[in-house]
Design a protein around this ligand. Structure first.
Ligand SMILES: [Fe+2]
Length: 194
């Protein structure tokens, strides 16, 4: 895994090949798999996986060893926990120090996020001005225990640890990030409308 920073405030992760370093509890994997195998559309699948995580949101200590739960001053970290054989879904844990944030981006497939520790601030954007700019359409503060899901299109967003402590979240993607490196479709550098 290699890390790159795009500027001092916004950091992104580029992975050539992702190696599993954590663990997703087997009952949780089975429950996610059962929902994915229903073959529903992306939004319906995301909604059902939201239900799975809300019912069984794990403690971060069950997912990652202690040394990976401290965060990294260079960049927020994404750790692969599980990749389903065949590639229909994968699971990661993200660890953020206070102030770290993603680029504005969207995803190649549905995604479900559960905040396990700390607090994450999410901004949601829409293309504006004929696709030449972005307008902010929602701002959400997600404390520990919050679970949310989305499916493209319309999933342009940015996530920021605005808390005072390390934030850890769990992500389930409808894509195989062990092969793709991550599930980001595009990063946006368009101007933001006031
Ligand atoms: Fe994202």
């Amino acid at each position: 895994m290699s890390l790159t920073s795009t500027d001092n405030a916004t950091l992104s992760i580029k992975t050539d090949r992702t190696v599993r370093v954590g663990t997703c509890p087997e009952p949780l994997v089975r429950a996610i798999r059962a929902e994915v195998r229903r073959g529903l559309d992306w939004q319906q699948t995301a909604d059902r996986v939201v239900g799975v995580l809300r019912a069984d949101l794990p403690d971060p200590a069950t997912l990652l060893p202690a040394e990976l739960r401290h965060g990294n001053p260079a960049c927020y970290q994404s750790h692969l926990l599980y990749a389903e054989p065949g590639g229909s879904f994968s699971v990661s844990a993200m660890v953020w120090l206070p102030g770290q944030q993603t680029a504005i981006h969207d995803h190649v497939a549905w995604c479900v996020t559960g905040v396990l520790q700390g607090r994450e601030y999410e901004e949601v954007f829409a293309l504006a001005d004929g696709g030449r700019a972005l307008a902010i359409v929602a701002q959400n503060v997600n404390p520990a225990g919050a679970v949310s899901g989305f499916a493209p299109p319309g999933d342009i967003h940015r996530v920021h640890n605005t808390g005072d402590d390390v934030a850890i979240s769990m992500h389930v993607y409808g894509a195989d990030i062990s092969r793709l490196g991550n599930s980001i479709r595009r990063e946006y550098t368009l101007p933001l409308l006031p």
